[in-house]
Design a protein around this ligand. Structure first.
Ligand code: XMP
Length: 534
C-alpha cells in the first residue's frame, strides 16, 4: 500500500463518485454474510476467467444492474441461522430464478429460508474431512466420488428443504452436500474456495460454467480494451492527474490512463525524501524514459523533513506526512490547467472494505484514513482498478508490458522510511537506514528470495549498543532486519531466511554502514506483531 493508494479507502465515499460505463459481463455474484473467505470465493471464480463481484447481504438488486448475473453464491458467515438477528438472503436472490450455491452458513440459510431445518451439531467440525458423493450431479461432474474437503462449522442441516436431496455426508454432518438440481440450487457444508479443498476449483467451475452457463470471458486483454474505452468515455477531452508511488497499483492505473488519453495524463511523483536508495531515479527512468509518460517529479524532501522535526509518535508522523503529501501534490496539480480528474489505483478489496464496513472498524494504524484530496480540489476520480484483485493487477500490468521490477515490487508504506526510523526522523538517520536497507534488500534479491517474500526491509532502532571493533569500544546504532512471508498483509509469518545470508548481511552492514555496530533479526509474526515496527 503506498502513496495515493492510501486515499482509496475514504470509507463510503467512493462508489457513487465514479461509475464509468462498463460492458455487461456474464457474472456470478457472491452475497457476503461476513465470512473471511467471501473475497476468496470471488477470486477463485475470476481465476476461472468468469467475472465475479461481491455484494453485501443487504444490498438491493440494483447493485447488480451493470452485470449480466447468471448465478449467486451465498458465502459463509459467523452467525447461526436460527439466531433472531442472523442476516438473511434478500428475497430477490431466491426470486431471481437463477442458480444459487450456498457455502457453509450460505447452505444453512438456504435450508432455513426454503423450508428445511438447521440445528447445532453435536460436535464442531473444523479442518480436513472426507466426503463421498452419491448419484450423479452437474456440480461434481468429472470428479471422483471421494473428495477431501475443508470444514469449519458448528451447525448442521437436520432436514433439507422440500425438493432437495442429500448428495454426501461427512462424519459430523449427515447432509454435507444437498441439491435441488431442477432449480439449480446447491449447498456445500465445506469450503470449496480454500486451498485445503484440492478439487474446490473444479466444483466452482462446474457451478459457474456448467450449472449457471456463465462464459469464461474475463481475460486481461478484454479488460484492457474495455477499460481504455471506459476511461475515454469518462474523461472525454479532459485532463487527468495521477500520483505515482513507485508501486504496482498506481503504475498500472497510470499506464491504462496513458493508453486511453496519452499526453492529457500528467503523472506526479512526490519525492518525500523518505524513499529507499535509488527509488526516485528508478521511477523517473521507468515512466519518463521507458513508458514515455508526462511525468513531473516534485522535490518535497525539505518540506517533509521540516514537518517531521522532533516528531517521535508514529501516528503523528503519519498525520504530518499525509498533510505534507496533500499540500505538495495539490500545489503542483493546481498548476496543470483544467485538470478535472484524479486517476488512482484503488483496488477491489478497498472498495468492498469501505462499502461494507463503513468507518466502524478498529484503527490499528491510520493509513486507511488519510484523504480528502479529491473533495478539496473538486476532482472526479478515475479508478480503473477498482474491480481488480492484486494478482489480477499484476497480470494486467504484464500484459501492458510493464517491467518486472515494477510489477513485482514489494509493498512499501506511504509514509516510507519515516515509520522505519524509530524515534525522530532526520536526514542523517535516514541515510543510515537507507544504506543498511540497500545492503539487506540487495542480498535478498541476489539470493533470489525477493519474490517469495511479502516484504523485506531494515529498521533503524532507537537503541544504541556497545560493541568492539579492533581495539576500540564502539557505541553505535542497532539495525533490525524484518522479512515476512504473507498472502496478504492481514497476517504474516517471519521468514526463515538462510543463516549464511543473515550472517553476510550483518557483517556487511556493520562493516559498511558507519555508526551501526549491531544487527538483529525480527522473529515476530503478525499477529501479534505488525509488519512495520511503527
Ligand atoms: P502492518 O504494519 O499494519 O502493515 O502490519 C500492513 C501492510 O501495510 C503497510 N503499511 C502501510 N501502508 N501507509 C501505507 O500506505 C501506512 O501508513 C502503512 N503502514 C503499514 C505495510 O508495509 C504492510 O505491507
Amino acid at each position: 500500500m503506498n502513496g495515493l493508494y492510501a486515499f482509496a479507502s475514504i470509507a463510503g465515499e467512493l462508489p457513487e463518485r465514479t461509475a464509468p460505463a462498463r460492458p455487461r459481463h456474464a457474472a456470478i455474484a457472491v452475497v457476503d454474510f461476513g465470512s473471511q473467505y467471501s473475497m476468496l470465493i470471488a477470486r477463485r471464480i475470476r481465476e476461472l476467467n468468469t467475472y465475479c463481484e461481491v455484494i453485501p447481504h443487504d444490498a438491493e438488486a440494483a447493485a447488480l444492474d451493470h452485470l449480466d448475473v447468471r448465478g449467486f453464491v451465498l458465502s459463509g458467515g459467523p452467525n447461526s441461522v436460527y439466531e433472531p438477528e442472523a442476516p438473511r438472503a434478500a428475497p430477490w436472490v431466491f426470486g431471481s430464478g437463477l442458480p444459487v450455491l450456498g457455502i457453509c452458513y450460505g447452505m444453512q440459510l438456504m435450508a432455513e429460508q426454503l423450508g428445511g431445518r438447521v440445528g447445532p451439531g453435536r460436535t464442531r467440525e473444523y479442518g480436513p474431512a472426507a466426503i463421498a458423493t452419491t448419484g450423479e450431479s452437474p456440480l461434481f461432474a468429472g470428479l471422483p466420488a471421494e473428495l477431501d474437503v475443508w470444514m469449519s462449522h458448528g451447525d448442521r442441516i437436520e432436514e433439507p428443504p422440500p425438493g432437495f436431496a442429500p448428495l454426501a455426508a461427512s462424519a459430523n454432518s449427515p447432509v454435507a452436500v444437498m441439491a435441488d438440481a431442477a432449480r439449480g440450487y446447491y449447498g456445500l457444508q465445506f469450503h470449496p474456495e480454500v486451498a485445503h479443498t484440492p478439487r474446490g476449483a473444479d466444483i466452482l467451475a462446474n457451478f459457474a460454467h456448467g450449472v449457471c452457463g456463465a462464459a469464461a470471458d474475463w481475460t486481461p486483454g478484454d479488460f484492457i480494451a474495455e477499460t481504455v474505452e471506459a476511461i475515454r468515455a469518462q474523461v472525454g477531452g479532459g485532463r487527468v492527474v495521477c500520483g505515482l508511488s513507485g508501486g504496482v497499483d498506481s503504475a498500472v492505473a497510470a499506464t491504462l490512463a496513458h493508453r486511453a488519453i496519452g499526453d492529457r495524463l500528467t503523472c506526479l511523483f512526490v519525492d518525500n525524501g523518505l524513499l529507499r536508495a535509488g527509488e526516485a531515479e528508478e521511477v523517473e527512468t521507468a515512466f519518463r524514459r521507458a513508458l514515455r509518460m508526462n511525468l513531473r517529479v516534485i522535490d518535497a524532501r525539505d518540506r517533509f523533513l521540516a514537518a517531521l522535526a522532533e516528531v517521535t509518535n508514529p501516528e503523528t508522523k503519519r498525520r504530518r506526512i499525509g498533510a505534507a503529501f496533500i499540500e505538495a501534490f495539490e500545489a503542483e496539480a493546481r498548476t496543470i490547467a483544467d485538470a478535472r480528474f484524479l486517476c488512482q489505483g484503488t483496488l477491489y478489496p478497498d472498495v468492498i472494505e469501505s462499502a461494507s464496513h463503513g468507518t466502524g472498524s478498529a484503527r490499528i494504524k491510520s493509513h486507511h484514513n488519510v484523504g480528502g484530496l479529491p473533495e478539496r480540489m473538486d476532482l472526479e476520480l478515475v479508478e480503473p482498478l477498482r474491480f481488480l484483485f492484486k494478482d489480477e493487477v499484476r497480470r494486467i500490468g504484464a500484459e501492458l508490458g510493464l517491467p518486472d521490477e515494477i510489477l513485482w515490487r514489494q509493498p512499501f508504506p506511504g509514509p516510507g522510511l519515516a515509520v522505519r526510523v524509530i524515534g525522530e526522523v532526520t536526514a542523517e538517520r535516514l541515510a543510515v537506514l537507507r544504506a543498511a536497507d540497500a545492503i539487506f534488500t540487495g542480498e535478498v534479491r541476489a539470493a533470489g528470495l525477493e519474490r517469495g517474500l511479502w516484504q523485506s526491509f531494515a529498521v533503524l532502532t532507537d537503541t544504541r549498543t556497545v560493541g568492539v571493533m579492533g581495539d576500540f569500544r564502539t557505541y553505535g546504532h542497532a539495525i533490525a532486519l524484518r522479512a515476512v512471508a504473507a498472502e496478504d498483509a492481514m497476517t504474516a509469518d517471519w521468514a526463515r531466511l538462510p543463516h549464511d545470508l543473515l550472517a553476510r548481511v550483518s557483517n556487511r552492514i556493520v562493516n559498511e554502514v558507519d555508526a551501526v555496530n549491531r544487527v538483529v533479526y525480527d522473529i515476530t509474526s503478525k499477529p501479534p506483531g505488525t509488519i512495520e515496527w511503527e
